[in-house]
Design a protein around this ligand. Structure first.
Ligand code: PLP
Length: 367
């Protein structure tokens, strides 16, 4: 098995296991797909990478070199943006501490406030402010960042008041933002949320005579994890989003703001693999395959019940599939990576590659 041009065995020889491996070429390809699809349909377009999905400096650098801006969510991410010399930085703050917010303002990041009360934490309000709106459109059932009981964003009914307050505090330039869900592969969903956000922007603009510098429809673009799942059709997504966007800015006469997206998962998920070694096989009622990794390095299956393909490195065609349960080495019964999954025969010393771990993989590990 190769990742890019490199044999997995050679990687293991050099770095041992467990090891997270990324393919930079795939990241560049994903980035270019999005920029081509959106940028060719709307000229004032900006993509900010959601650093929370993978804060590995080398990965972030790949995207920055391609031209991506950054969406940061912590002081550490802001420091990384500074080290990489990135100018286009947005800081999204839900429930943040005053000192962190002030740090972000100090560093010149654009401030995206999740709640109006955060405005009062700023002794000096920057010239430009963005608010995160909850347009009550739900994403996928598991990863819901809006509507229902979601903790994020300002309810649309309170949005005008938020912007009015910012105006009263002297803010002169505005953006509007939402992130409503994650791992969505339906283009129509992105069309719907764009329409909803523009309706909110239109109302604010009418009431307060605000012209938005940018409209940010957030992240949430999905990738397939399970066999048979389809890729998100990026061209259809861009077509639907840009059409709604053009319609909305014309209807509400809000100029020609920058259209922004801030994906994480779509750009990096498929590029990442966790290579691990089988440490032993135990036959009880089920067959347990033990690995030299576990939930301390790969939390997603235990915490989110996430599905990740497991491939045997050097698998041969004649290897018969049977149901096996793959477990980690942590002394906890929830440290299960795949339950009763159809897999080839695995023996002590075999290498496996756990797939689609470029987003929310290593960042969720215990450091
Ligand atoms: N933007 C914000 C504010 C987020 O909270 C997130 C994810 O949590 C993202 C962008 C990236 O989402 P995704 O990885 O689904 O694209």
């Amino acid at each position: 098995m190769k990742i890019g041009q490199t044999n997995v065995e050679n990687i293991v020889e050099e770095f041992d296991t467990p090891v997270y491996v990324y393919n930079a070429k795939e990241i560049r390809e994903q980035y270019r797909k999005l920029v081509d699809a959106f940028g060719s349909r709307y000229d004032n377009f900006q993509l900010n990478f959601a650093v929370k999905s993978n804060f590995n400096p080398s990965i972030v650098k790949v995207l920055v070199n391609e031209g991506a801006g950054l969406d940061c969510a912590s002081k550490a991410e802001l420091k990384l943006a500074e080290e990489l010399g990135v100018d286009e930085v947005m800081y999204t703050a839900p429930y943040n501490r005053k000192d962190e917010l002030e740090y972000a303002v100090d560093k010149g990041a654009e401030i995206n406030l999740d709640s109006v009360f955060l405005l009062d934490k700023l002794d000096e309000v920057p010239e430009r402010i963005c608010f995160r709106i909850d347009p009550k459109v739900e994403g996928n059932q598991q990863l819901m960042f809006a509507g229902g009981d979601a903790k994020f964003g300002i309810e649309e009914g309170k949005a005008v008041e938020a912007y009015r307050k910012a105006q009263e505090k002297g803010v002169e330039e505005f953006g509007i933002h939402m992130t409503t869900g994650s791992n969505v592969r339906d283009p129509k969903y992105f069309e719907k949320i764009t329409e909803r956000l523009l309706d909110v922007a239109g109302e604010i603009s009418d009431e307060l005579d605000i012209e938005f510098e940018f409209v940010d429809i957030g992240g949430g673009l999905g990738v397939p994890y399970k066999p048979g799942e389809e890729e998100l059709d990026v061209d259809e997504t861009a077509e639907r989003v840009v059409n709604k966007f053009e319609e909305g800015i014309e209807k509400y006469d809000i100029g020609r703001p920058e259209l922004r997206i801030e994906p994480g998962r779509y750009l990096v998920a498929q590029s990442g693999h966790l290579i691990s070694k089988v440490t032993g096989v135990k036959n009880k009622e089920t067959e347990y395959i033990g690995l030299d990794t576990g939930m301390h390095q790969l939390l997603r299956p235990s915490l989110l019940d996430s599905y990740h393909e497991i491939k045997k490195v050097n698998d041969s065609e004649e290897n018969e599939l049977a149901e096996r349960t793959v477990v980690g080495l942590v002394c906890s019964s929830i440290d299960v990576i795949a339950e009763e999954r159809k897999l080839p025969k695995l023996e002590e010393g075999d290498l496996v590659s756990i797939e689609n771990l470029g987003a929310y993989g290593f960042v969720m590990a215990s450091h």
